[in-house]
Design a protein around this ligand. Structure first.
Ligand code: ADP
Ligand code: MG
Ligand code: MG
Length: 359
């Protein structure tokens, strides 16, 4: 019997559009002789679309009124979908069911949907609640990485509320905390560079905080590093493996949203041009980072390699990394001998294995 794959995409996130791009590629790659694929599009309002062509509806923006409110109550034995309200198509119960969240950012990569799926008792691809939520929060993740012995650059987390109440005090604190500029100001929980600013002078701090504050109640400030950007893909559950490292060569001032998805200025180099000892060190550290957050399934671990000193800093971990065919994560595996569709297969297997391991 085929395994039913509920593919979840879209979502209530600043990275909604990115998710649609990733989902399109996964939809194309899943082998229909093995899988019965049920696409589920989540609108920006959080309604679930299961009828018609949800990917098209979301892409063309015609989904506004459709769908049902989030309501997934699984039946542990069958993994059946039961909407809390409204209509979902009736599907025959399937023998093997797995959910594949291709959702980036808030309400997708941050442990919330994972919690829902966990509660419903259904297997799902990728990290669990803990790894997803700690990995998503750049402040919490850095604390865990430090604890695991990895090198983390200077950073500090501020509350949006404190900045709104007394921006001068926050500015003064930033000035006192960091050695100098540039600084990076980011929403603590997001991705795709949304809401991130590179700040080169004190006058620009306010604007940067305002940008980040649009997306999160926690704002992280980091020391800007002059560094190469090296990324490693990790795959597995309790015995994860690491890919060859790749390098991102940002086209702009930093690797921003436009750069990531819409222009051709940024480039990737796979494998990265690195001496062998550094290659091994990056791979080792990627696994350490994955384990530090109790990762499962997949994650892309991103590092900085400081120019001049060759010091490695861990930047962040992405538990649902960009997943188009030309995204770094699948390409790193391709370069390591695992094709895109094989990668999808493995992720689904890992999801089922982890699910079995829990009970
Ligand atoms: P996201 O989760 O949105 O990808 P990142 O923390 O990776 O957020 O930041 C996006 C980009 O901004 C990075 O890829 C890098 O180009 C740049 N950047 C972020 N933090 C720093 C830093 N501390 N020093 C130098 N560049 C940085
Ligand atoms: Mg990043
Ligand atoms: Mg990220």
């Amino acid at each position: 019997a085929k395994t039913r794959v509920y593919l979840l995409f879209g979502g209530r996130s600043g990275e909604h559009e990115v998710s649609l791009m990733s989902a399109r590629n996964v939809l194309q790659a899943l082998d229909r002789s093995k899988y019965e694929v049920v696409p589920i599009g989540i609108t920006k309002e959080g309604r679930w679309l299961m009828t018609g062509d949800p990917l098209r509806a979301l892409t063309e923006g015609v989904a506004a009124a459709g769908g049902f409110p989030v309501g997934l109550l699984g039946e542990p034995t069958r993994g059946e979908l039961v909407p809390l309200a409204g209509e979902a198509p009736a599907l025959e119960p399937a023998e093997r069911v797995v959910f594949f969240p291709v959702l980036h950012g808030t309400y997708g990569e941050d442990g919330t949907i994972q919690g829902l799926l966990e509660m419903a008792g259904v297997p799902y691809v990728g990290c669990g609640v803990l790894a997803s939520s700690t990995g998503m929060d750049k402040g919490v993740a850095k604390a865990l990485f430090k604890q695991a012995g990895l090198n983390v650059g200077p950073y500090k987390v501020y509350l949006r509320r404190d900045w709104e109440r007394d921006p001068a005090a926050v500015r003064a604190d930033v000035e006192a905390t960091f050695a100098g500029y540039p600084l990076f100001v980011k929403p603590a929980n997001l991705g795709s560079s949304v809401g991130i600013s590179k700040v080169k002078r004190p006058e620009d701090l306010d604007h940067a905080f305002a940008q980040a504050a649009r997306f999160d109640r926690r704002i992280i400030v980091e020391q800007g590093l002059d560094a190469r950007e090296i990324e490693v893909a990790v795959l597995g559950n309790d015995d994860p493996i690491a890919s060859v490292p790749g390098e991102v060569l940002p086209g702009a001032e930093f690797y921003d949203y436009e750069d990531k998805y819409f222009n051709d200025r940024s480039q990737t180099r796979i494998p990265a041009d690195l001496p062998d000892d550094l290659v091994q060190e990056f791979r080792r550290q990627a696994i350490v980072a994955f384990k530090a957050i109790d990762g499962a399934g997949m994650a892309r671990v991103d590092f900085f390699l400081e120019r001049g000193t060759n010091r490695i800093f861990i930047n962040e971990v992405n538990t649902i990394p960009g997943f188009t065919r030309i995204s770094m994560y699948p390409k790193l595996w391709e370069a390591s001998g695992i094709s895109y569709s094989e990668l999808c297969d493995r992720l689904i297997e890992l999801a089922l294995e982890r699910h079995a391991d829990k009970s």
